[in-house]
Write a protein that binds this ligand. Structure first.
Ligand code: FAD
Length: 429
């Protein structure tokens, strides 16, 4: 279901290609996964004089990093009190600061490595009804109590109209510090930076098996074509795409959700200005949310339609179109450019799961649809733990993560649970 090409791949055909692994190699640090997490970790390691090898099953960005909505969101995916209540105040502050550093990291890297990725600021969380508005108020209070200064409350439809031309919502929260970008260009910018600093990247190199050798804890990674990568340290950065090489503690704590995106043909400049006058990206507050933005080429990039069964029953395009037209009736006859889907990795509490084994396998997963900025930061935290500064990594690893109920049958159980929340969304209660 995630095989279709995203608009980002199609509009970026001349991106750098990396060779596949042709012979067995030895390395200190191997990274499975050429998405934003793995490439960010490789870049940070290389900047600090550590050489790492990134192994990507397909092309860079084959996973969520090359097929997402491009929303660049502040902080951790769930309300911060879910993290705070498990930590001392001092550790909670470190966790808070780590989440809040994610967008600064994006900005710094874009500037330092001159990454052309259409990074734009301005974001609206939009509420369909009063309960959702109360949720946004709670979030504003929580964040501002920690010193956050990016928010402006959009009290009603009139205030909202400065950013969105629709009657769909009752109000919202504008965030000047979140925004959007072309994620695949950003990923390739990071990869080029990592390569320039000494990291080695292989594409089209699926790892099918990992053996940990008793003597010295060396990891032997086996490729589909028979080569081996022998590494002292292994970072697992495959998120929802990792499948068989994931550790049991990872598999039981991650569920996959399919989300889909529709890109329209470019809108006229007037139409784009009318629909989203400030160019902000928007996400609504529904459990199965809609998220959208107008990109640098003037296309509406509209995402949503979370599937918790991950079964494609068809109608993806018509469903996304219906959702888009509910918000913007003016787009009724707009032609589509592309439609694609991808897998989002979620944890029970929607907070990313960090961890490591005694034999130096480090991992992070479960960004819950909030990974474009946060993965970069998570990659840095993984790399720092390897380099020797484990403070932030250890704090995040100390958070407990429940396994999904239902074991291997968790997908139907999750779908059933979500059906309740989707119904609530539809009834606006
Ligand atoms: C449709 C969609 C829309 C989204 N929209 C947004 C958004 O607007 N904003 C936001 O913040 N987040 C969004 N997300 C989430 C975000 O894209 C992810 O959280 C993020 O990209 C995860 O990055 P990652 O590097 O951890 O994993 P991925 O980008 O998924 O990369 C993992 C990589 O590992 C590779 N891999 C896995 N197993 C192996 C193996 N055995 N051998 C070799 N390689 C392997 C895969 O091929 C893949 O390329 C969206 C996700 C999807 C799917």
């Amino acid at each position: 279901m995630s095989g279709e090409s995203s608009i980002y791949e199609i509009e970026f055909p001349r991106r750098e290609q990396y060779a596949s692994l042709a012979e067995s190699i030895d390395t200190d640090i191997a990274i499975i996964g050429g998405g934003l997490t793995g490439v960010s970790a490789a870049l940070h390691l290389a900047e600090n004089g550590f050489s790492a090898v990134v192994l990507e099953a397909g092309k860079l960005g084959t996973g969520g990093s090359g097929r997402n909505g491009g929303h660049v969101c502040q902080g951790w995916p769930n309300d911060f009190h879910h993290i705070q209540r498990q930590l001392s105040e001092q550790d909670a502050q470190i966790a808070w600061d780590s989440g809040m550093a994610a967008i600064d990291l994006v900005k710094d890297r874009v500037k330092k490595y001159k990454i052309d990725c259409d990074l734009t600021f301005g974001y609206v969380d939009a509420a369909y009804h009063r309960r959702q508005m109360a949720g946004l108020d709670e979030m504003q209070r929580e964040w501002e109590a920690r010193g956050y200064e990016g928010f402006t409350r959009l009290n009603d439809r009139t205030a909202l109209a400065a950013h969105i031309d629709t009657n769909a919502y009752v109000g919202g929260l504008f965030d000047s510090k979140s925004g959007h970008m072309q994620p695949l260009k950003y990923l390739h910018g990071l990869a080029a930076a990592a390569k320039s600093q000494g990291a080695v990247i292989f594409e089209n190199t699926p790892i099918t098996k990992v053996d940990v050798h008793a003597s010295g804890g060396h990891k032997h990674l086996h490729t589909k074509n028979g080569q081996q990568v022998r590494a002292k340290i292994l970072l697992l950065c495959g998120n929802a795409y990792l499948a068989d090489v994931g550790l049991p503690i990872m598999k039981s704590r991650l569920a996959q959700v399919t989300s889909s995106v529709l890109a329209t043909k470019p809108l006229s400049t007037n139409m784009a200005k009318q629909l989203l006058p400030t160019g902000a990206a928007v996400a609504d507050c529904n459990a199965a949310l809609n998220y959208y933005r107008i990109d640098a080429k003037g296309r509406m990039i509209f995402g949503g339609r979370a599937s918790y069964t991950n079964v494609n029953f068809g109608g993806v395009e018509s469903d996304l179109r219906r959702r888009m037209v509910d918000i913007f009736p003016l787009l009724k006859d707009i032609e589509k450019d592309e439609v694609w889907s991808g897998k989002i990795g979620i944890t029970v509490n929607r907070i990313p799961q960090f961890g490591r084994t005694p034999d130096n396998i480090y991992f992070v997963q479960g960004f819950s649809g909030h990974g474009v900025a946060l993965t970069g930061q998570a990659g840095v935290m993984l790399a720092d733990a390897v380099i020797g500064d484990q403070t932030r990594f250890d704090i995040m690893s100390s958070l407990s993560h429940m396994p999904f109920p239902g074991g291997p049958l968790r997908t139907p159980a999750l779908a059933l649970g979500m059906a309740y929340y989707k119904l609530r969304d539809r009834l606006k209660i």
